[in-house]
Design a protein around this ligand. Structure first.
Ligand SMILES: *Cc1c(COP(=O)(O)O)cnc(C)c1O
Length: 387
């Protein structure tokens, strides 16, 4: 029986050695590996500053706080995402709303965003923060979204949890060219991993300073940033309410070692996607349209099952693949349809493009170490199932 998951990490001897080196060193946390990892990711992306944290969820939380999001404020994101992209608003006491997706990219639709902003302007309820999510690794139309945000004085936080190693209009995702902050996830199913981990990138020094404080209890040890004269070398000051969202040096060392392989990882994922595109082209499936302005990092490879053409439901296709040892998955159950969000007042039908996409979506196996034989098996079984 095959067992091919939809995603998995690739950890090599170099990664293991990097972690062992830290275990034998003086610092397991708050040591020098963190800053090395932050500098390396910032340099890779062409951003000025990076703050490593223990997850992308924490990264989204402190990014929202740094943007000043609080009670009475509003945050908009995509309904086609993991719940964390919306929950971060609720952590801050703010309200959430969603902007429906584009039918081809499954990303937040820039046109629908423009329409919704027009209506919101008339009602005087403009969001303070918008979180576009680069679904499956493909960038949103960040030039258009960035323009709209600038016009309305809205802070943009890109949720690029799927997208490190991708590009948009020639810029690496993470460059913050069209946004105030960008968030990455290093969970093992993502492009590179630190076990658990996340990062916020920004080009703005004011946000960077806030993020550093929020990551670690709101505490500073820098006399230049203190309110009182330090009475001695032991002194530190808590100047705001922060958290313990720190990444360990063990994780940062793994991240650094993984980052060195990022381009190779994305190149292989791109090959796997190209083969799926070629060999699935004739089947009754809708393949994921790719915007020529971007290059996806291919976190996910999603197909839509066209029930009208196949006579097979998504459920049947999903179950048949699972029964043959293929760990297909579904990304995403629209966030506003979750029971918790329904209790906040959202209803089925609120975001019809995300809902109808969800009815048909299946994520096929996509990861660096998926070999040619395994991919052939996936394609052959899918052909049989749809026949
Ligand atoms: C994985 C993911 C997150 C959360 O990442 P963690 O590092 O697990 O906290 C947030 N947003 C999106 C779009 C994700 O895919």
């Amino acid at each position: 029986m095959k067992n091919i998951p939809y995603a998995r990490q690739t950890v090599g001897k170099d990664d293991t050695q990097a972690v062992v080196d830290i275990l034998r060193s003086d610092f397991l946390t708050q040591g020098p590996a963190i800053e090395r990892f932050e500098k390396a990711v910032a340099a890779y992306c062409g951003a000025k500053y990076a703050v490593a944290v223990n997850s992308a969820t924490s990264a989204l939380h402190i990014a929202c706080l740094a943007a000043g999001l609080g009670p009475g404020d509003l945050l908009w994101t995509s309904p086609n995402t993991f719940v964390a992209s919306a929950n971060c608003a609720l952590y801050c006491g703010a309200d959430v709303d969603f902007v429906d997706i584009d039918e081809r990219t499954y990303n937040m639709c820039a046109q629908k965003l423009m329409d919704k902003l027009l209506k919101a302007t008339r009602k005087g309820k403009i969001p303070k923060v918008i979180i576009p999510v680069h679904f499956a690794g493909q960038s949103c139309r960040m030039d258009e979204i960035g323009d709209l945000a600038r016009k309305h004085g809205i802070t943009i936080i890109e949720d690029a949890s799927h997208a490190i190693g991708g590009r948009y209009k020639g810029y690496p995702i993470g460059s913050c060219t069209y946004s105030d902050m960008v968030v990455f996830s290093f969970h093992p199913v993502k492009i590179i991993t630190t076990g658990e981990g996340g990062m916020v990138l920004t080009n703005r020094e004011d946000l960077y300073r806030k993020l550093l404080l929020l990551r670690s209890h709101g505490i500073t040890r820098d006399p230049a940033r203190m309110e009182y004269e330090p009475p001695g070398g032991w002194y530190y000051e808590q100047t705001t309410l922060g958290y313990n969202y720190r990444m360990t040096d063990i994780q940062a060392a793994l991240g650094l070692s993984q980052l060195a392989k990022l381009d190779r990882f994305v190149a292989r994922r791109t090959e796997i996607a190209a083969r799926y595109n070629r060999e699935l082209a004739g089947l009754p499936l809708v393949l994921h349209w790719q915007d020529p302005d971007g290059q996806s990092a291919w976190h996910l490879y999603v197909v839509r099952v066209d029930a009208g053409q196949t006579g097979k439901s998504r459920r049947e296709v999903f179950d048949a693949l699972r029964a043959r040892g293929i760990g297909v998955n579904v990304h995403y159950i629209p966030v506003h349809t979750q029971p918790y969000y329904r209790r906040l007042g959202f209803r089925l039908g609120d975001f019809p493009a995300a809902e109808s996409y969800y009815q048909e979506a299946v994520s096929l196996p996509m990861y660096y170490s998926l070999d040619a034989k395994e991919q052939k098996y996936v394609i052959d079984i899918l052909r049989q199932v749809l026949a």
